[in-house]
Write a protein that binds this ligand. Structure first.
Ligand SMILES: Cc1ncc(COP(=O)(O)O)c(C=O)c1O
Length: 377
């Protein structure tokens, strides 16, 4: 059997990871400024993470949501305390798309409405309604076209209100910082205006913090900079450092009913142990402060790169838009400078390193990025 060939792959076989370094099967070592797409939060192969997963696996790895699992409650309590949302409830699933599916569905259960408002350049996942609220027709199949959705630009609360006035909008979904499209910030004023419009018109506000959450921007959630509280928050990626997990954080206005949501794998013992270990390490090593500090250093040092058009983002979620395509630059970074980076479109480099990136590693990355930019001009 062959693999279903949907990924344009670099021919690199990563066999080992340690901290912020990854090594391929030929012995080449790379600095990881991509974190496997913002997933590696506490660094590769963290000893406390390995210990927690190993110990849990030696007891029990999985049993279904048919019996109580105290690890889920422990995770909920720790996540509530770490994020400042201890009055919210937690529903656990396995991925970001699933978190958004459940959020949109819960909103619709709650207010009985169907339409969603999403934003231009948004990305919310690839499953049924998650892909429907993603602003990319190329990844939507005809079968996804059922749910009504309207895409609006950032910065225009009056457009949002015009749609809300029609009375059929169930939810509004927005990323804390748009990730996949190239790191775009909705802005504090816009988020606050959206919060009050959602309250005024009874629309559920869903904050997708799947990429921007879990400390990445220097706050637990990116939206906390704007002092708003959404009705539902979705997380995944950095939550368990690569172990598949996702979650929906649900405000007390929603009342659970048995059977309304459900999953086989979600919240299993091993996933919870991995997620608890991540929260422990984030707290112990003060990784959110580190992301803010090291991210600022990177942004300050990289903002004067030649041919840079704009540097966007906060903390360790940075987008560097160049005035030319970055294909050659990315190859130079990878093969000559041995640095993993991400891309958004043809012109934007995305940096999403582990939150534990040190000042020295950031300095090394800055030197190497400068060299690669100079070489590619
Ligand atoms: C903001 C955002 N939402 C949702 C998703 C989907 O997450 P997953 O790939 O885990 O389904 C992603 C993935 O990149 C994302 O960046």
């Amino acid at each position: 059997m062959n693999l279903f060939d949907v990924y344009p792959l670099f021919d690199i076989n990563i066999v080992k990871g340690q901290g912020r370094r990854i090594t391929d099967d030929a012995g080449n070592q790379y600095l990881d400024l991509y974190g496997g797409h913002a997933v590696i939060s506490i660094g590769h192969s963290h000893p406390l993470y390995i210990q927690a997963i190993t110990e849990q696996l030696s007891r029990i790895g999985f049993y279904s949501n048919y019996v109580v699992n105290p690890l889920q409650q422990q995770l909920a309590e720790q996540l509530g305390a770490a994020s400042g949302y201890d009055d919210y409830s937690l529903f656990l699933i396995n991925s970001g798309a699933e978190a958004n599916e459940n959020a949109l569905k819960l909103a619709s259960f709650h207010n009985g409405k169907r339409r969603a408002i999403a934003f231009k350049r948004s990305f919310h996942g690839r499953t049924s309604v998650a892909v429907r609220v993603t602003d990319n027709p190329a990844i939507q199949a005809p079968i996804n076209e059922g749910m009504p959705v309207t895409f609006l630009p950032f910065g225009e609360p009056s457009f949002v209100e015009e749609e809300f006035r029609r009375g059929d909008v169930s939810s509004l979904i927005i990323e804390g910082l748009q990730g996949v499209s190239g790191i775009y910030d909705p802005g504090d004023d816009f988020l606050r205006a959206l919060r009050s419009l959602c309250t005024q018109y009874g629309v559920c506000m869903i904050l997708d913090e799947i990429q921007s959450g879990y400390g990445r921007t220097g706050r637990f959630f990116a939206h906390q900079q704007s002092n708003i509280r959404p009705d539902i928050i979705t997380v995944a990626k950095g939550m368990a450092n690569g172990f598949p997990i996702g979650a929906t954080l649900i405000s007390p206005i929603f009342k659970p009913v048995h059977g309304m949501l459900g999953t086989t794998f979600g919240g299993n013992h091993l996933a919870c142990a991995a997620a608890i270990a991540v929260l422990n390490v984030i707290e112990k090593e003060k990784l959110i402060d580190n992301a803010a500090r090291v991210g600022k250093f990177l942004a300050d040092e990289l903002s004067s790169l030649p041919s840079l058009r704009e540097l966007r983002g906060r903390g360790l979620m940075l987008g560097l838009e160049f005035d030319r395509p970055i294909h050659d630059l990315r190859r130079r970074l990878l093969f000559n400078q041995k640095i993993f980076t991400g891309a958004a479109g043809s012109h934007t480099l995305r940096l999403l390193p582990p939150l534990s990136l040190s000042h020295e590693e950031a300095a090394e990355a800055i030197d190497k990025i400068k060299k690669a930019v100079a070489d590619s001009m």
